[in-house]
Design a protein. Sequence first.
Length: 169
Amino acid sequence: MNQIKTAIGLAAALVLAWLAYQNHQLGKQVQAQASTAGQLAQQLNTAAATIRSQQKSLTLQASQQQATAQDMATLQRRISGLASRYTAAQINLEAITHEQPDATRWGDTPVPAAVQRLFDSTDDAGTAATPATADPAMRASDTMPAAATTVPDQPPAGANAAGHPGRAG
């Protein structure tokens, strides 16, 4: 009977050891899952913060886009108004230029090359020129011509303006 009691005690100890081992393994799994759950919760919090930040950014961008659209509409109205005024001024200048023979001659007279070069904004290759290269005669290293010399395409001082023979300069 002692042997049976010993065998039962041993079996009970073995069952208790196995249950303790299983309990320990389950405890490790619970800890691992708790750690994973904590990490996932942190990731969810980070994702939620990112979403809130992106929503704010999208809202700001939408308001900026609306303001830009309004500005573009205003600019388009201004451009349209300027184009209308330009066309009217062009028609008015054309009418004034052809009203009188002196005005017609003045309007038909080409602008001297020296004046044209002042408004030239491209170099020989057709690219935008810097102010120093826009007119070769106006380089920074050049000196002013002497007072007695004449500049090409420029009438001498005191001469009548082109197209206006009866008028003194």
